[in-house]
Design a protein around this ligand. Sequence first.
Ligand code: FAD
Length: 416
Amino acid sequence: TSDMKVDVLVIGAGPSGCVASAYLHQQGLNVKVVEKTTFPRFVIGESLLPRCMEHFEEVGLLEALKAANFEIKRGARFLRDDIVCNFDFSDKHSEGWDWTWQVPRAEFDTILAKEVEKMGVTISFEHEVVAVDIADNGTSTTTIHDADGNPYQVEAKFIVDSSGYGRVLPRLLDLDKPSSIPEHSSIFGHVKDVNRPEGEEGTLITFDVLDKDTWFWVIPFSNGDTSLGFVGKNEFIDSFEGDTSERLKTMFKQSDYYYERFKDAPLLFEPKSIRNYSKAVTKFYGNGFVLTGNSAEFLDPVFSSGVTFATESALKSAKLISKQLKGEPVDWEEDYANYIKSGVDVFATYVKEWYTGNLQTLFFHRPENPEVKRQICAVLAGYVWDKTNPFVTKHNRIVKTLAHLINMENEKSASV
Ligand code: FAD
């Protein structure tokens, strides 16, 4: 016997859990969210994509976010040696939002969770899901530890696992599988941006490319702090000595462009590190449950797709759950798994082609081809389901082919 019955149990109150629970609640369903930590809590994932604005808008979370005055992100800048590649979201192939934000997630996620509570959803903070038992008819009994460690059980018609790095159902139901993305690791932290230049230069989100496998991000926030993070192969990240502060500071010496700005910037906490962050699962849904956001899949931070994928999958799955619980038939394979996979596959190709160097060849080739750039820009804005974009529909060939042509052209001009 359970202590409580709900329609839907949502695990995790990050962006994915908040978007799912807001939608389900608006459909008149009885939703409970359990969140292991207390908010505000730190989580990485600070650069958003325009596409996710649609999700927050649709479930009524956008206005509260707007009021927080986060730094506006209108594009993204990639640097390599002295070549600059600037994407402007207002100049892209697909229809849709042309701006978003760069956000300290502790604050951002707290606003989302508070708004969802205001709508009438119960979020139990410091409650941790420890076990799940799903019956053949999909009804589940979940064991949760409350803040004092006391166990209780919740019966639900459906579970949304939005537990992010907690990966609750992939762990409990043994759904993990190796990711197809090459292994990389990261060290990241926040600094007080004491030397921030005036104007756009100070607030631009930038990806500084050191070599094919190694890059770092600069994500300035509107509160005057900036997020800095290095990404590289494990061997690169492991080759630096000392604690994470020392390692981050030493790595920073490699950036000609940013070293002066950040060399004296005080770190706001001991930087964090994460190894082999890419994750994948054997299935995105099952009898009585669905995986959303990072709990389902995480590729790589290079195109900032994490939160957008988290909210896209949350909203999509919430719509299907609501249909199903109203007695309508739902084709989870077609309308969830295949839909989500088609978007993830586009990003996966771009991530892989980033690390083969092919995409970098396209980004940094001069002169730029404006049409190609607009089409790639739409992908980078998160519009990876737009079938009018050849950089979506032909993703697994087009980047490779164009890079090959550019390389041949370069070889030809080098040999003249
Ligand atoms: P989360 O935001 O992780 O939320 C999950 C919640 O579930 C947490 O609050 C957690 O406490 C809770 N939880 C966990 N276990 C349990 C449990 N047992 N019981 C109850 N609750 C539980 N994404 C971007 O969009 N932009 C970026 O710039 C970006 N940069 C990144 C850089 C790096 C190095 C990495 C590794 C990732 C980055 N990401 C980025 C990805 C981003 O972190 C995630 O995709 C995003 O946070 C996913 O949101 P979510 O809602 O799925 O999970």
